[in-house]
Design a protein around this ligand. Structure first.
Ligand SMILES: [Zn+2]
Length: 396
């Protein structure tokens, strides 16, 4: 009997989730149309809709445009029912966004990190989170969770196993934040967050097989195959920044030599620029300025980085045969200068027959892909709880 009632609950949970998903994707939509699209009968739809209205996840609006007959009441997803915090942890800054349940940014905040020591970064986390929480508008559910993208390897239980560019090992940021804020916390590799952000809101909306290249201080890759995030068996996929592109090349913090990110990342670019300009404080913004002024030295350095990005992109094309490759993170702001050298390499080596449907784009979300993607993971978990467990708790 227990099992039977559990099953009934699960069916109800999954029906309710289906109704909510239909409203989210079709908003505004009538009850009749939900019934048609979901295959659930009108009575079931009606009672689940009433529950969702009571829970303030959806709301009704007055009759739509008249088309002669009786005008139905329309249902809308209440995207302001709660808010998510998405944070992109970079080597030298934190970028945080507060979004509604549909990824619309309400507030954003950046903190420069003077130091990568975990205790310093953690106190910056607390101040940025508190600031966004204070700025969150009133809502029925408040903050529904915190998502953090990190430049390193994260295992399936959310532990930061190794972040070489931060010199972090075995860091339990998830536990720390969960304990402090009593909220669900999702930690993921920043390239996975970026890939999801682009898939949900950016250049990859229409694509099923997406490779997102996060070209920042280092390089990471987020992989979406058949509309699913691909994480590998332990969550360690996408460390393509550490594939060898130069045998016996430059020495890397990962222990290998000649890794891709030593030749094609922001750090590689700035290292070269510092040498060429004999200037220690030069940053990406300076280089963009010089390149816009057509300074030959800047153009040459950036061209070189573009060629190296192209070599890595070739491997990605040949490995995954994706329909979309997106170049994101800091180096995406060099799009006008990188496009040509990248194409120079990829066009030369492209198996035309194999890559006919491939698009290569730069991020359309500027530097926000990861923060937005992490906030979206949180919203997804809130709206579509795994196995419907949190809905189930309410019912029992
Ligand atoms: Zn390496």
């Amino acid at each position: 009997m227990m099992n039977q009632s559990m099953n009934q609950q699960l069916v109800k949970v999954s029906n309710k989730s289906l109704v909510l998903q239909t409203i989210i994707s079709e908003t505004p939509v009538s009850r009749a149309s939900i019934s048609q699209k979901s295959g659930l009968n009108k009575g079931t739809v009606s009672s689940l809709v009433n529950e969702l209205i009571e829970e303030e996840l959806i709301f009704e609006s007055g009759p739509g445009e008249s088309s002669g007959g009786r005008r139905p009441v329309m249902l809308h997803f209440n995207q302001k029912a709660g808010f998510a915090i998405g944070i992109d942890l970079q080597v030298n800054r934190l970028l945080a966004v507060l979004t509604d349940l549909q990824g619309e940014i309400i507030v954003e905040q950046t903190i420069k990190l003077a130091d990568n020591h975990y205790s310093v970064v953690l106190s910056n986390f607390h101040s940025i989170i508190k600031e966004l929480m204070e700025k969150a508008p009133d809502s029925p559910y408040g903050i529904v969770g915190i998502g953090v993208g990190v430049p390193g390897i994260v295992n399936n239980s959310g532990m930061i196993v190794h972040a070489p560019n931060l010199h972090w090992k075995s860091i339990e940021l998830k536990q720390e934040l969960e304990a402090t804020y009593d909220l669900p916390v999702i930690i993921d590799n920043e390239a996975n967050g970026g890939a999801y952000g682009e898939k949900k809101f950016g250049a990859a909306k229409q694509s099923e097989n997406v490779i997102y290249i996060s070209a920042g201080t280092g390089i990471g890759v987020g992989i979406i195959l058949n509309n699913q995030m691909y994480r590998g068996i332990n969550g360690f996929s996408g460390e393509m920044g550490h594939t060898t592109i130069q045998a016996g090349g430059r020495k890397c913090v990962c222990g290998n030599k000649g890794c891709w990110e030593l030749y094609a990342s922001e750090r590689a670019l700035l290292k070269e620029a510092k040498k060429v300009y004999q200037q220690d404080q030069i940053d990406l913004e300076d280089l963009i300025k010089y390149a816009n002024e057509k300074d030959k030295r800047a153009l040459t350095i950036i061209h070189e980085i573009g060629l190296y990005l192209g070599y890595g992109i070739n491997s990605i094309m040949n490995t995954f045969n994706p329909d979309e490759i997106i170049i994101g993170n800091r180096l995406a702001s060099l799009e006008p200068f990188l496009q040509e050298p990248i194409e120079e390499v990829t066009n030369q080596n492209r198996y035309q027959f194999q890559q006919a449907n491939l698009h290569i784009h730069f991020s359309t979300l500027a530097t926000h892909s990861t923060a937005l993607g992490m906030a979206a993971f949180v919203c997804e978990a809130f709206i579509r709880p795994k196995e419907g467990l949190s809905f189930l708790r309410e019912f029992s």
